[in-house]
Design a protein around this ligand. Sequence first.
Ligand code: MRU
Length: 361
Amino acid sequence: RRDETAPPAVSGTSIASDPMTRTDLHDSIRAVLWQGDHLRLLDQRRLPFEETAIDCRSAAEVAAAITDLVVRGAPAIGIAAAWGVVLAARADPATLPAALEQLRAARPTAVNLMWALDRMKRAIAAGADAAALAVEAQAIQDEDLAANRRMGELGAAQLGPAPVGVLTHCNTGSLATAGFGTALGVIRAGYAAGRIDRVYAGETRPWLQGARLTMWELARDGIPATLIADSAAAHLMKSGAVQWVIVGADRIAANGDTANKIGTYQLAIAARHHGVRFMVVAPSSTVDMTAASGAAIEIELRAATELLGYGGQRTVVDGAQAWNPVFDVTPAELIDVIVTERGVIERPAQTGLALQFGPPA
Ligand code: MRU
């Protein structure tokens, strides 16, 4: 199912002349592209040195692409799954229940996956055919891009006015979303507005989303970026080089506890110790009001082999064991600001998410 042709670069459209929202200058990557009869995914396992795409023609292929990290990042896997439902409906509507189940099981932590599938399920229950489901999937994708642009404005307004140094983790950019990005969207908007002068990216072991993907996106945008080993973060904060940590999220519980890429929790602890502010940026599709706290969030455990070697090369003695949780939960009290497209929640530990999302479900 591999297609060695590079996916077409799609340019964003200009939405305003204000530098805070001139996202067209900083938004040329699309990870998920509907091609009319199949889904084209940029193969994120091969970036940054190979820009190849994989074409998915069934829900099963989309589910496998999500599990295997061809497509990754909470909003992007939700969008891909929605298109997976469209593929199932086009093939045979009778396969929809099984397809929904298979897609839902592809990864456990990012709630955007379940959110998108629930939305598609509601459309199916309302009688949508394959064409109407494609309209719904496209709406999910378009709304995510619009949310990212809005969060970019809101988050960037929290920074400065003097330019700040920022540390980010994992990849939360165009690759992880419909485009522009969540935390990386705030970084794009903040840099465009002159409120950020340098970005540090943690490499994000073991899949190196920071080293391979975030550094690639920042280089394409000409944003000054410096890679650090994940373990250099506290030392970086102590040096005074960063005033903000800005990260995305895979699931935000009703009390503000936030699951994100493994290592985020230790960044929040180090940030609080050093007086560095901590911002979480995520669309409303990442908020799970049915999870009262982070304790209700399932943390994905991936194969030990991902830690025991790299690039096909074993780095650890035979017989060694490894524990590989790929997300952790940052308690709300360590978060200064949560930004969604609905607005900014300062000190979320005091209010939870209820101000924007109503009482917990
Ligand atoms: O395992 P991944 O690469 O899917 O993990 C991604 C993250 O943890 C991101 O920070 C999160 O999904 C937010 S992406 C806008």
